[in-house]
Design a protein around this ligand. Sequence first.
Ligand code: PDD
Length: 233
Amino acid sequence: MVFLNGKFLPIEQAMVPVLDRGFIFGDGVYEVVPVYDSAPFGFAEHMARLDRSLAELRIANPLVNPPRELVEKGGSAVSAVDNRWLRCDIKSISLLGNVLARQVSADAGAQETILFRDGKLTEASASNVFIVKGGELLSPPKTNLILPGITYDVVTEIAQAAKIPLVFRDVSEAEVRSADEVWVTSSSKEILAIVTLDGKQVGDGRPGPLFKRAFQLYQQFKARVMRKEAVSA
Ligand code: PDD
């Protein structure tokens, strides 16, 4: 099998287009990451070298972290009614409900669509949601109404380790709209502060202090885990 342009293909179907710049001009870079016992070996080092090679050729890295400007300034979200099915806990490929929800924010030029079902927060179209209220971090519990996100678990772990008060409970729409901070979390967004919801400022309209702390802890966690994986391999 070959993983090419986002698809796993049988080797005989994996083709390079005749106008591919790498094929015609040798304009490309590569890395080989060994995997032992399912764990990548020296992943951080390989990625660092890949980043450097790409930067030298002025090729944008599609594997990159969320844009720095978005992390620093925060993103915007709009809200919608959560009208998806009742097994949102399954990471199914049936994502039409999510796609339609995401379209609402795409049309509004926003990063996410935050979903409410029966007046309660569930999640966002492709992320989980946390809010900060009175110094406490709140998020809906893992039920059939949300995807149990891996990033949600990481945020839980780092919040608990840092003794940041975290409560999983039903969160009302009113609480979200009057929150001091709103975050969305996902593998690709990591932790992103939402500073505008439906055109209204969240808190003081800038990423809040707890977000900044959690973001830093998240980066440290990432570095630690990657290092551990490299060592254990
Ligand atoms: N989105 N909720 C929904 C509906 C999601 O689609 C996702 C993941 C999450 C967060 O899960 P995790 O932290 O494991 O990435 C929550 C992925 C990134 C996607 O759409 O590809």
